[in-house]
Design a protein around this ligand. Sequence first.
Ligand code: DGJ
Length: 544
Amino acid sequence: MKTQQLLLAVALACLFTTAQANEAPRLVAKDGRHALLVDGKPFLILGAQAHNSSNYPAGLGPVWAAAKDLRANTVLMPVAWEQVEPEEGKFDFSFVDLLVKQAREQNKRLIILWFATWKNTSAQYTPAWVKLDTKRFPANLDREGKPNYSLSPFGAETLKHDKRAFVAFMTHLKKIDEKQRTVLMVQVQNEVGTYGLVRDFGKDAQAAFEQPVPAAVLARKKPVAAASGTWREVYGDYADEYFHAWAIARYINDIAVAGRAVYDLPMYVNNALRDPLEQPPKPWKSNFASGGPTHDVIDIYKAAAPAIDIVGPDIYNVESAQVNANLRLFQRPDNALWVPEMGTKPGYARFVYAILGRGAIGVSPFGTDYFNYSNHPLGTLATDKTLVEPFERVYRMFAPIQRQWAQWAFEGRTQGIAEGDDRQPQQLDFPGWTAKLTYRLGRFGEPSWGGEFAKPAPGTEEPGGGAALAQIGPDQFILIGHRVRVRMEPAAGTGGMMLRAEEGEFDAQGRWQMRRVWNGDQVDYGLNLPAEPVMLRITMGRPR
Ligand code: DGJ
C-alpha cells in the first residue's frame, strides 16, 4: 500500500471509531426484534429507578448506594418542571449537572424522567406559577363544565410552556452530555391519562372530538363502527377514551419533537396498566387512567406520537398471568419491550429472567433507593440492602455479559421464563432442542420415589424460580437461573442428548471460563439450579 493510501485508511478508521464512540444512543429493529444501541452496540438496561423525591442533591447518595448494591448499570431519575423552572422563564439545571457528574463518577448511565404536565396523571410536578394560573393552564372539564384535577391536553399555553422548559432541558443536556452520552433515553411525562373522567369536555376538546378521525389514526387503529367519520361514528363506545389517548399522545409528541430537534435521544412513555386479561378490552368504566398508553391504544400512540419510540408497562401486579400477559402485549414489532418500572417485592425478581429472555432492551425495579421510604404494598417494606438483594441475585448473572446478552437477544437467540403462580412445569422450544422446566424439586431424586422425595423442597413456599437461555450455537446453550430443574431434550420427533454441562462464567474479554463439569448426581435428575443462581454452558449432541 502506498503511504498516501495507508494514511487515508488510518484516517478513515479513526473517523469510524470516533463516530461510534460519540454516536447518540438509538433504537434499532430487525425482524421484529429491537436493540438500544449505545456506543454503536446493543445495550442491556439493568436499571434502578429512584423514588419520586430523590431528584435533589441530598437524595442522590442513597440512590447510588442502592444502584451499586444492585449492580445496576443505569439509574432512572426524575427531573421535574417545578425544579428547573421555579420562576417563569428562569431555568436552573444545577441538579442535572450534579446528577450527570455523579453518575459518571459512579460509572452509571442515566435515563431521565421528565415530570411535567402529567405525573401519575396529575399536575403535581408543574411549577406553582402553573398550578395557580388555572385560566392559562386549564384542567380537563367534565360534561357539566366542572374542572377535573388533571390538566387538559388542549391547554395551548400549558403545551407551549412545558415544551419550552423541555427544550431548555434538552439543550442543556446536549451541552453537557453530547460527548460522553451518560444519558441514554428520556421518558416524556409519567403515567399520563386521567382517572375518573374519560376525556376533556371543554370547548376545544369538544370541537376536535366532532372532527373526522385523522387518517393516521384510521390507518393504525381498526375502526369499530364505521370506516371513517367522527370519533363517535368510527369508534362507537370506545370513542371518548380513544380520543383522549390521541389528544394526550399528540401533546406529548409535540414536546418530544421539539426536544429531539435540539438533542436527538430515544424517548418513551410509561403506562399505568389496565387489566391485560380483560380480552377483548371493554370500554372504559373508571377502571384505568383514560388516555394513558394502555396496551389497547398503543396503535393510537404510534399514530399520534411518532417521536415516542416506546410505550413501556409499569408492572405492579405480581400475579404471573398478569405479568406474562403484559409482556406479550407490550412486546411488538413496532414496540420494543422495555419495563421502566416494576414492584420491588421479592416475587417480582424472577420475572427479570422472563423479561430479558424475551429480548427486552431492559428492566428497572422502581424505588431501588435507600431513601427512608417504601411504597409498600406495591414494593417491599425494606429500605436497606435487603431491598435490592432478590434483584441483585439475577442482575449479578447478566451484568458481566450484559452487552453479549443484548446482542444474543437482538439476534433472537434468547428466551426466558419465570415460575408461574400455579408452580406447573414449563417448556421453552429452541430450534432443534427443548428446555423443560420444573419447580419446587430438590436437587436429588424424583418425586415418583415418594416419601421425602415427593415433598416440595424447603425454601420453595413462594414462587421464586426462573431461567433464561441463549442458544449460542446450533447445539450449545448458556443457561442462567435459580430454583428450577431444567432438562435439555431433543425437539419432539428428533434424537439427541446432553453431552456436557459446564458451570462457569465469562471473563472480562468475553471468554468462557469453566469452573467444573456437572455430571453424576448433578445431572442424573436434570440440571437443578440452586437458590443462588448459576451459569451453565450446555453442549447437546445427536448420535450419528
Ligand atoms: C408508578 C409511578 O410511575 C411512579 O412514579 C410511582 O408513583 C409508583 N407508581 C408508585 O410508587
